[in-house]
Design a protein around this ligand. Sequence first.
Ligand SMILES: Nc1nc2c(ncn2[C@@H]2O[C@H](COP(=O)(O)OP(=O)(O)OP(=O)(O)O)[C@@H](O)[C@H]2O)c(=O)[nH]1
Ligand SMILES: [Mg+2]
Length: 327
Amino acid sequence: MTDRGLHDLALQIRSGDRRALARAITLVESRRPGDASDAENLLTGLLPRTGNACRLGISGAPGAGKSSFIEVFGKHLTGLGHKVAVLAIDPSSQRSGGSILGDKTRMANLSRDPDAFIRASPAGTTLGGVARRTREAMLLTEAAGFDVVIIETVGVGQSETAVSEMVDVFVLLANPGGGDELQGIKRGAMELADLVLVTKADGDLAPAARRAVADYRMALHLMRPKYPSIAPDVLAISSHEGVAIGETWTAIEALHSRLSREGHLQQLRQEQARGWFWSEVRSALTEKILHDPRSAEAARRIEEDVLASRVLPHAAARNLVEAFQHS
Ligand SMILES: Nc1nc2c(ncn2[C@@H]2O[C@H](COP(=O)(O)OP(=O)(O)OP(=O)(O)O)[C@@H](O)[C@H]2O)c(=O)[nH]1
Ligand SMILES: [Mg+2]
């Protein structure tokens, strides 16, 4: 893209143009060599305009009610005058076709709302790659003036951890099962949660949802708190009947401003930036090693030794780095 083209794109994004935003995210996601430097220049120029959103992670098992919740929650927020961006990460490529299709119908109202922006990440990429592109897409949405950015992920594999490492507040959605359901929720996901929402608290499921709230409170009570003196809240919600949607935002807003007031937010974002930086250092080094024919050949040999249990991975890594340094 020409300098002029990039400049215009940046201006359009800053004015909140959703089409320009979508184009910019496509640029960030592109694997074409020329696009990488365009994306970097664009992001660098927009960086001073980022960081002002409430960054929310929303996760939960397949079918927990994420899309239904984001639809009504997002509408609630735009009704309050917020601008809401939803970025969906689905790390399992087989599922995403169906899930994205489902989301289009489940988030029909929100996707038509001029104050909302919805984007699903392309499937079939590594989680690390998806995470980088999602972080960068988040920065773009912030530069475009979206003040609530929701990053949605299905609670499978490591995607919850990846999302929790790029947001301010991590919200876990749980089915109203309690008991056995509770066993099914990974402890790791619970430990990441700043807020647990028990979904589908309506009709026949309402009593179960109330019991589940008590179960989750108890379970969270027994866990190591994320912040000393801030206990994660548990609420029962219904997206179908609009129960506790407003309360959910009130709780998130209160937590976000408390984190900000007490300095936790700044510290959290600094730690995230540090983690991001070092993870990029690791991938840049890996890329350099694999681009150098001799090092790549050494890597292949050393990897074979590791697979055959002839060398410890730790020692093998050290050998490879030393071979690369001297190449
Ligand atoms: N009774 C009731 N059912 C709900 C509610 N919210 C969602 N559901 C139902 O639960 C099912 C799953 O809802 P989704 O919103 O698609 O859940 P999801 O977590 O996005 O699912 P995946 O995208 O497949 O991971 C659907 O059949 C919904 O109709 C609710 O508030 N009450
Ligand atoms: Mg969904």
